[in-house]
Design a binder for this molecule. Structure first.
Ligand SMILES: Nc1ncnc2c1ncn2[C@@H]1O[C@H](COP(=O)(O)OP(=O)(O)O)[C@@H](O)[C@H]1O
Ligand SMILES: [Mg+2]
Length: 211
């Protein structure tokens, strides 16, 4: 079995940037890697991603949002993640179950215990070997995300989550930090406000410490 490593954190915390760098670092060491993302990672997941993130999407209530993320996840786990792990690959996943707890539980205030049960169902009880939480102040992350979007497409506005008010993002940050405090053996908190190279070094350090 390969290792399953998830990257978590708020908007603009550097997950996508660091996953790419970590995948390169592992490949240089001859470790087979699959870098993937949620929602996405399968044809069904990418269709669901379009619905969930698009600003032009139809109305999506909090409960429907939760179930759409979960539908994308169960397909992702069965179709992509489990087969890769069984083939001995290390799977680096951009967001996973903690994101659902943080966003739909703490952000949208849905029942956290119910989400834990649903997460268990939609992952076939698969747990990450390691979760790297990129933590930084909400304001800084949102500013980065905004700059990133403007760089890709100047006329594009923020996605459905980036548009949420600041307090929503503060609740998500608090949620993530509480999960990390409750499961210190799985989580590593990394200062996401540091420069890209410093964060990369810390990520690689944690990866190399995996048994
Ligand atoms: N440590 C960093 N310092 C400054 N800018 C960063 C850092 N990491 C990422 N960025 C930039 O911030 C934006 C958001 O990073 P990204 O990796 O897409 O975050 P996420 O995937 O967590 O939303 C991108 O434009 C990226 O180039
Ligand atoms: Mg990203």
């Amino acid at each position: 079995m390969g290792k399953f490593i998830t990257f978590e954190g708020g908007e603009g915390s550097g997950k996508t940037t660091q996953i790419k760098l970590a995948a390169d670092w592992l490949k240089e060491r001859g470790i087979p890697v699959l870098a993937t993302a949620e929602p996405g990672g399968t044809p069904l997941g990418r269709k669901i991603r379009e619905i969930l993130l698009s600003r032009k999407s139809c109305a999506i209530g909090a409960e429907a949002e939760l179930l759409l993320f979960s539908a994308a996840r169960v397909q992702h786990v069965r179709e992509t993640i489990l087969p890769a792990l069984e083939a001995g690959q290390w799977v680096l996943c951009d967001r996973f179950t903690d994101a659902t707890l943080a966003y739909q539980g703490f952000g949208r205030k849905l029942d956290v215990e119910f989400i834990r049960t649903l997460n268990d169902f939609s992952t076939c009880s698969l747990k990450p070997d390691l979760t790297l939480l990129l933590d930084l102040p909400v304001e800084a992350g949102l500013a980065r995300a905004k700059k990133r979007t403007a760089g890709i497409c100047p006329e594009a506005a923020e996605d459905r989550f980036e548009r949420e008010e600041r307090i929503f993002h503060e609740r998500i940050r608090e949620g993530y930090l509480s999960f990390a405090a409750n499961e210190p053996e799985r989580f590593r908190i990394i200062n996401g406000a540091a420069d890209v190279e410093s964060v990369r070094r810390e990520v690689c350090l944690h990866l190399s410490a995996l048994p």
